[in-house]
Design a protein around this ligand. Sequence first.
Ligand code: HEC
Ligand code: HEC
Length: 179
Amino acid sequence: MKILSILILVCMVFPAYADDDSSSGDDNQITAVDNKQYLNECGSCHFAYQPSLLPIRSWKKLMLQLADHFGDNAELAAEEQKQLTDYLVANSADLSPDKFAKKLLQGLAKDETPLRITIIPYFVHEHDKIPKKAIGDNPEVKSLSYCNKCHTGAETGNYSENSIKIPGYERLNDDNSSH
Ligand code: HEC
Ligand code: HEC
């Protein structure tokens, strides 16, 4: 009886370990959002950014000023605001096992509270080789804030290189080289 339950336990624990490993050990895998309320409320105007992309202090500050959110009003009822803040904090860069989250934090001074992922030094560094005409000058992308425009697996947290496809960019290249 005991042996059987140990066996069952082992079978249950090991696959979980394997999953954990691939999501935390890989730079390009970020823990996906599994919170429906967050997807609904924070994914309607833009991609629902994974909580591990900002530290606790940033989420707290951002969630306290939703009425003036990058020029938009993203205000929520008090209870919902609290629930979503709790979700973001619990899965923030500070508490996440994601490797990318750790790197984001490493390059960030403790007294800095960025409200954007796209201004964090490590993020900037990882994206600074992309030509301007593929981002800001590209109407199909607009800015680096629209992660899922280029990272086709962004919703599932897959940011691997072979899932990147910059929309309109190949065409821009064609325009330049064609005659
Ligand atoms: C009414 C539309 C709207 C809603 C709803 C909304 N946002 Fe935004 N959000 C914006 C706009 C506009 C920007 C700026 C995008 C840009 O610069 O192009 C933005 C930017 C952001 C950024 C910065 C992205 C970057 O550049 O790194 C974060 C983080 C963010 N929002 C989080 C949230 C969270 C969390 C919620 C839910 C509580 C939310 N947003 C709901 C409109 C919205
Ligand atoms: C214009 C297209 C584009 C947009 C928009 C974009 N990225 Fe990227 N991203 C790239 C490219 C290209 C690379 C690969 C850079 C390289 O390997 O040289 C990359 C790399 C990455 C990586 C892998 C870094 C590593 O350590 O290997 C992560 C994670 C990532 N981006 C997250 C994001 C997030 C989060 C957003 C939105 C806030 C975003 N990206 C927006 C194009 C984009």
